[in-house]
Design a protein around this ligand. Structure first.
Ligand code: V47
Length: 380
């Protein structure tokens, strides 16, 4: 029998065990309780109901063709203004060579994002994707956030639909989940003023899904936002997912303050990290996968997150630069053997996947059996 330390979690727990959707108010209880193990236990129940012990990972490389950006978001340490001394912009040939330094046939995904460069248009990305597919025909190109797609469409004065269709034709296979930050306008005004609004981010995701592409979604937490902003953000993602079914996975992104204009902030604690993973698993009942992104959580918290709702550990991640610029300590990549060791040691089963969550080796015969939780009977 499992007892919550915080009695406010009992009605929430009953809903979770009955498979009922959590409301905003339920989410606020999960987001604000001191009972970390209670929410972890519930999130783990859902995680095991969906995936048993399976923990996915992938073998991927990041590629940032440019860090030059017309936006100047307070949250970001990666971007450099046009003409600034820290900026880089690769020609298509250079970008392919940078990727080629670490890509062999074991690498299944290129994760490609960058700054909003005033001179790089749709043509550049078409050429880049075609060149990458010519050189690495097996690779899945997961590229361009909703913010980048919105920028490319505005710059070219073309509808997003047309931009996405052209890029798809050139080799775009799916889109990453970045740039969502926190949807609430009062938070956006403080951390990423002048960037694509939350509403527009969701609208572009809707368009991407309607054109047959999958995408991921994220939430940046641990800065100036409050619990109600996190819960609201997750509900907005859940509402869109009800309509499109296009999100494959959700990634909670732990804010790294160093070298940003918010460097006076302390960043998230371990409790907030784990509680946010659990909150996401509990609120996002229609998004199949929750990713523990070790680059931002660190190896140790990411491993523990596999018991707080996460069922995916991303990834080998060679050449990550966004978190690194903001003081990320996670290093510049993790060998596959180390990912598997972390997963196995957490008593989970590592399964290599491709970007669309297809196991690279069949996993038939591994049942998804949740470990039972029984809650005490409430006094009437
Ligand atoms: O878009 C920027 C965020 C995102 C900081 O889709 C920061 O599979 C923390 O979206 N501290 C990039 N976060 C990462 C991202 C991602 C990562 C892994 C997998 C996937 C996926 C997506 O990181 C940015 C922004 O939202 N970010 N600066 C910072 N200082």
């Amino acid at each position: 029998m499992f007892r919550f330390q915080d009695p406010r979690l009992e009605p929430v727990g009953r809903k979770v065990l009955a498979g009922e959707r959590l409301s905003f108010e339920d989410g606020m209880v999960v987001a604000t309780t001191f009972d970390l193990l209670g929410v972890g236990r519930l999130a783990n129940f859902v995680r095991e109901k969906l995936h048993g012990d399976i923990t996915y990972y992938n073998v991927n490389r990041h590629l940032n063709p440019t860090n030059v950006c017309v936006a100047s978001c307070a949250l970001c340490a990666f971007a450099e203004k046009y003409g600034g001394s820290r900026g880089w912009t690769y020609s298509v040939e250079q970008a392919v060579e940078v990727a080629a330094a670490d890509v062999d046939e074991s690498v299944t995904e290129l994760h490609i994002v960058g700054g909003l460069h005033p001179k790089l248009g749709v043509e550049y990305y078409e050429e880049l994707f075609r060149a990458l597919k010519a050189r690495f025909p097996w690779i899945h190109i997961k590229a361009l956030t909703m913010v980048e797609l919105d920028f490319l469409s505005q710059r070219a004065k073309l509808p997003v639909e047309e931009v996405v269709l052209r890029l798809k034709e050139a080799g775009l296979d799916s889109c990453p989940g970045g740039g969502a930050e926190i949807f609430a306008p009062e938070v956006r005004a403080q951390i990423c003023d002048h960037k694509t609004s939350g509403e527009r981010w969701l609208e572009v995701a809707r368009i991407v899904h309607s054109l047959g592409l999958k995408s991921n979604c994220t939430m940046l937490y641990g800065h100036v936002e409050r619990p109600e902003h996190r819960v609201d953000h997750l509900i907005k993602l859940r509402e869109l997912q009800d309509q499109t079914g296009g999100f494959q996975c959700f990634i909670p992104l732990a804010f790294h303050p160093a070298h940003t204009r918010l460097s006076h902030l302390p960043g998230p604690t371990g409790k907030l990290d784990l509680q946010t993973v659990a909150l996401a698993r509990l609120m996002l009942d229609n998004i199949p996968h929750i990713k523990a992104y070790w680059i931002m959580l660190g190896h140790k918290t990411a491993q523990v997150a596999l018991h707080f709702g996460a069922n995916d550990l991303d990834g080998t991640v060679v050449d990550e630069r966004i978190t690194y610029a903001a003081g990320g300590q996670a290093g510049k990549g993790m060998p596959r053997a180390e990912l598997e060791r972390l997963i196995r040691e957490a008593r989970r089963i590592p399964v290599e996947r491709d970007t669309l969550y297809r196991p690279r080796v069949p996993i038939a015969g591994l049942p998804a059996v949740p470990r039972e939780i029984t809650l005490p009977t409430l006094p009437s």
